[in-house]
Design a protein around this ligand. Structure first.
Ligand code: FAD
Ligand code: FO1
Length: 448
């Protein structure tokens, strides 16, 4: 069953009369989905109906055709899986809280189950729905192995402050989720038009094309996980920071769209690979770093702004505000990879063409944007704009936190002071040359 600590009553004291709706959003999968399992459990307990509703927003933080294509093909797989379980599934296009309200009123809804999601846009959707709908709202954290609200009640300073809190509880929460029980036959129809029709109906930006090296959906995510465990995890610790080796999991697009659960990943890694330096290094990223991002976005309302930086970082940026910038590129020059730095341009082009920049390059990429823009605020805007427009895994707490780490030293410490960066950790071309074959990386991107 779903543990109590994973659920949170968003509107305490309300009664529940009527059916259950699972308002699917962050966790877009049928299997290992605690929100869906919890909604199914409520429907059984109250012997009432269950519907799954996905509200398709016309625009979502700069998401383009690349993202909607990946997401909607994944959603279609969910629709087919739920149909086989007699669980009615609806994709409703328009303004999410309004569309949920319409559905709930037309289907005498007594309880809405929602996914935990620390992003501002989601909190706004949910609070508007709670204001307009008198029924119960139960939130379920289906994204973090150790539920974010439960593991810590404050914004953690760094990975080393959150890690012990997670590790103490991990054993209790790396649970095998039960299988999803079907609803009785004839429990209602599903309505989910196919991705092509939905994409035509959306006014999404078609200038960023879908990618073809990765296939979306729950089944594909499990295949990629299996291939990673077999072929790449054995080399992960040694090669994960070498952008020429591609020794990483490539699971971030599936995690971002909730097409796979991190519990599933962690338990498969431990079951099939066991504990060694490679799995330890991987689980540190998958659990501590990823769950630190949700902690940061949940407890810091300015997670995507300079104002969200620590005081020491704001101070050092102020002290270096008038330092001469060696270069000062426009957004277009960044976007088209037209800086004087071939390594930076290669990283940008990898993101534009492949929709996934190598993790090590993302740090360098963001830090150079700080170095080559007028102010840290402009650097944040530029990095977030480009990251969310081209990264398949963009518009994610990991992204806002990764950018705040790079530009504002969030979860990092102060370093030796230098022009423009102040005490923010510095990275440069020669540092990369010492780490990996820069020329190989640059020419590999040009060839693609
Ligand atoms: P693996 O190394 O296989 O990691 C497995 C999983 O662990 C990842 O999918 C991710 O969920 C988690 N993880 C790994 N590294 C980090 C990290 N540094 N912080 C948080 N979680 C991590 N990640 C995104 O999901 N979306 C983004 O938009 C994004 N933007 C970033 C921007 C910058 C400037 C930086 C420095 C990092 C960013 N990251 C982002 C974090 C990280 O780079 C990616 O999660 C990782 O490269 C995804 O590839 P992978 O799944 O193959 O990685
Ligand atoms: N979630 C929704 O509930 N409805 C949407 O229409 C929607 C669009 C969307 C587009 C791109 C993207 O990267 C994410 C999108 N999401 C949508 C949210 C996503 O499912 C995640 O919940 C968050 O982005 C991560 O917190």
């Amino acid at each position: 069953m779903i543990r109590e600590e994973r659920t949170f009553d968003l509107a305490p004291g309300r009664k529940t009369e009527g059916d259950v709706v699972y308002w699917m959003s962050r966790e877009q999968r049928m299997g290992d989905n605690p929100g869906l399992l919890f909604a199914r459990h409520l429907a059984a307990k109250m012997d009432c109906g269950l519907s799954v509703v996905f509200t398709l927003a016309d625009s979502f933080q700069g998401a383009t055709l690349r993202h909607y294509d990946f997401m909607l093909r994944g959603i279609q797989e969910v629709a087919l899986s739920l149909q086989k379980l007699n669980i009615p599934f609806f994709i409703v296009q328009g303004n999410p809280p309004e569309k949920l309200l319409e559905f709930a009123e037309a289907n005498k809804t007594g309880t809405v189950v929602v996914d935990f999601d620390p992003l501002r846009i989601k909190r706004d959707w949910i609070s508007e729905a709670i204001r307009k709908l008198p029924c119960k709202f139960i939130e379920v954290d289906g994204h973090n192995i150790v539920p974010a609200r439960f593991v810590s009640d404050k914004c953690e300073f760094a990975a080393y402050t959150l890690r012990p809190k997670i590790n103490r509880l991990l054993g209790d929460f790396i649970e095998e989720f039960p299988k999803l029980e079907p609803m009785p036959a004839g429990s209602g129809i599903s309505f989910a038009s196919n991705p092509a029709d939905l994409l035509n109906a959306l006014k999404t930006d078609r200038r960023v094309a879908p990618v073809d090296w990765i296939l979306p959906g729950e089944k594909e995510a499990l295949k990629v996980l299996n291939a990673f465990i077999k072929e790449r995890l054995p080399g992960y610790k040694e090669h994960r920071n070498d952008p020429n080796k591609e020794m990483v999991s490539d699971l971030s697009p599936y995690l971002h769209f909730g097409q796979i659960s991190s519990q599933r990943i962690a338990s498969e890694v431990l079951k099939r690979h066991g504990r060694d330096k490679n799995s330890e290094a991987f689980l540190e990223e998958l659990i501590v770093r990823k769950e630190l991002s949700d902690n940061f976005c949940h407890y810091n309302p300015d997670y995507d702004k300079v104002n969200g930086f620590h005081d020491w970082a704001k101070k050092t940026h102020k002290e270096h505000a008038s330092d001469e910038r060696e270069y000062n590129y426009t957004t277009a020059e960044f976007e088209e990879g037209r800086t004087r730095d071939p390594l930076w341009n290669a990283a940008q082009m990898q993101m534009v063409k492949r929709g996934k920049m190598h993790g090590y390059m993302r740090m360098y990429w963001a830090k150079k944007i700080l170095e080559w823009t007028e102010t840290p605020a402009e650097a944040m805007e530029t990095a977030i704009y480009l990251n969310d427009r081209y990264e398949l895994d963009g518009r994610d707490p990991n992204g806002y936190t990764g950018i705040a780490w790079s530009i504002g030293g969030v979860h990092d410490r102060a370093w030796t002071e230098r022009p423009v960066f102040g005490k923010i950790r510095y990275m440069n071309f020669n540092g990369c040359k010492r780490k990996f074959d820069v020329d190989a990386y640059i020419s590999s991107i040009e060839r693609r």
